[in-house]
Ligand binder design. Structure first.
Ligand code: UDX
Ligand code: ADP
Length: 464
């Protein structure tokens, strides 16, 4: 296999964008072209103003600024980029299906299929095709089948190379990955393709952190990793409800169990529920696959992780209504945060959407401050949930770029995202400007309970 000098990545999203920026920055001998059908998104990646890139990630603007125009390019000319590259990453979205067989459970691989067909049509010489998007296990067989029936007589090698970065820490995770996983075939061509991709990552990562497996293990490992991580969050969230019933404190419980080295301290932060584009989608997909193979107990086991998450969101919203004298109609409720976690502008599956939806059903007026999310995005998120006509949502949802405007005159505050800046707000001023009694529902357990209670807030966290 020749050394890789040109890479194409199809899909300029939360995975493709940061991953390719880091590859370009660390591999000056490789030209990386990121392509997308979304012209607006590509234009935004090419913007002069680096603070207006389509994706917000700490450290990303600096890396893009350094590599762009040298060996990192963003383009809508998909065919040309495919034609020129020896290695093509497929990094398109695979959302949960909203129609037909597997509706609401299976991952929709239509975008994967569509770009695979483009690769098959355009390729004039041998290519390594890498699945970067999270896909159902055995998707590589579909990709291979499409590529091999094109009649172009070129050889394709399909690899699975799932991405494990977490949003908000994407650049750090990519630069210092715990591991990189590459799955490929065991025949000599498959092994050569694996070696070519290993070489790319070996530009900056120690070889022992680059794992190679067969394609199916690699595809399934990504689903398994996300399922295990989400399971930890649901486990601690299930404990949080028990803590509330028994006067235990979930943070103390998390600390006590996390010091057991077999359990470990990470991912034990009780919250209003996990969000993001991966956890729910990947577990639903896992459940769907297990059912497909007739593994009912396995499917039911993992499905419970999602159920606890939905329950956690709902009981948080219910508790708000109950505390506010069972009535939030026309009350101003301030949301601090809308993104699914701090340091990202991504809102997919954010618990804020579900809690807002619940409160709007009770006719509350929601006013949101999020440092990186626009009102348009929030409105779109609620529209996509489809609970009621968009104009009704719009009459109940407002946002401001000034947190104090959002908080002024509010009956209650719901902390939905753990943005650091919320801790240093002028809390005595907020207390003065709120309706009395002023409630804080800390969905992330990030504020100082004792300090807020000393000022006069009614504080309610998760699991204490
Ligand atoms: C996740 C995986 O971590 C990553 O490896 C994979 O590639 C994609 O999916 P991401 O969804 O970006 O990454 O963020 P993550 O940090 O995993 O958080 C997911 C959600 O869980 C967030 O809403 C977060 O707030 C929540 N969470 C996380 C908790 O509620 N408690 C925790 O202890 C950890
Ligand atoms: P992820 O979090 O998986 O990166 P995103 O939705 O942020 O998901 O990004 C996926 C990107 O893939 C989108 O910008 C979308 O326009 C792009 N995309 C989807 N299908 C195709 C396709 N057939 N060709 C090129 N780009 C595509």
């Amino acid at each position: 296999m020749k050394k890789i000098s040109k890479i194409c990545c199809i899909g300029a999203g939360y995975v493709g964008g940061p991953t390719m920026a880091v590859i370009a920055a660390k591999c000056p001998d490789i030209t990386v072209t990121v392509v997308d059908i979304n012209e607006q998104r590509i234009a935004a990646w090419n913007t002069e103003k680096l603070d207006q890139l389509p994706i917000y990630e700490p450290g990303l603007a600096e890396i893009v600024g350094e590599a762009r125009g040298k060996n990192l390019f963003f383009s809508t000319d998909i065919e040309r980029a495919i034609d020129e590259a020896q290695l093509i990453f497929i990094s398109v979205n695979t959302p949960t299906k909203t129609y037909g067989i597997g509706k609401g459970m299976a991952a929709n691989i239509r975008y994967i299929e569509s770009c695979t067909r483009t690769i098959a049509r355009v390729a004039k010489d041998d290519k390594i095709v890498v699945e970067k998007s999270t896909v159902p296990v055995r998707t590589a067989a579909t990709v291979k089948a499409i590529l091999e029936h094109t009649g172009n007589q070129v050889k394709f090698n399909v690899l699975s190379n799932p991405e494990f970065l977490a949003e908000g820490t994407a650049v750090r995770d990519l630069l210092n990955a715990d591991r990189v996983l590459i799955g490929g075939d065991s025949d000599p061509d498959g092994q050569a393709a694996i070696a070519a991709l290993v070489d790319v990552y070996a530009h900056w990562l120690p070889r022992e952190r680059i794992l190679t497996t067969n394609v199916w293990s690699s595809e399934l490992s990504k689903l398994a990793a996300n399922a295990f991580l989400a399971q930890r969050v649901s486990s601690i969230n299930a404990m949080s409800e028990l803590c509330e019933a028994t006067n235990a404190d979930v943070r103390e419980v998390a600390r006590a169990i996390g010091m057991d080295s077999r359990i470990g301290a990470k991912f034990l932060q009780a919250s209003v529920g996990f969000g993001g584009s991966c956890f729910q989608k990947d577990i639903l997909n896992l459940v769907y696959i297990a059912r497909h193979y007739g593994l009912r107990e396995v499917a039911d086991y993992w499905e419970q992780v999602i159920r606890i998450n939905a329950h956690q969101r709902e009981r948080f919203a219910k508790r708000m209504v109950t505390s506010l004298f069972n009535n939030v109609s026309d009350k101003k409720i301030a949301f601090l945060g809308w993104a699914f976690k701090k340091d990202t502008n991504d809102t997919r599956e954010s618990s804020a959407i579900y809690v807002a939806d619940f409160l709007i059903r009770e006719r509350a007026q929601i006013h949101v401050y999020d440092p990186k999310v626009s009102l348009d995005q929030m409105r779109q998120d609620l529209r996509e949930l489809g609970s009621r006509p968009a104009d009704v949502n719009d009459q109940h949802l407002f946002a401001s770029s000034d947190p104090y405007e959002v908080l002024n005159g509010a009956h209650a505050i719901a902390v939905m995202t753990e943005w650091d800046e919320f801790k240093t707000l002028d809390w005595p001023r907020i207390h003065k400007d709120m309706e009395k009694p002023p409630f804080v529902f800390d969905g992330r357990n990030v504020l100082e309970r004792r300090e807020l209670e000393a000022i006069g807030f009614q504080y309610s966290g998760i699991g204490a």
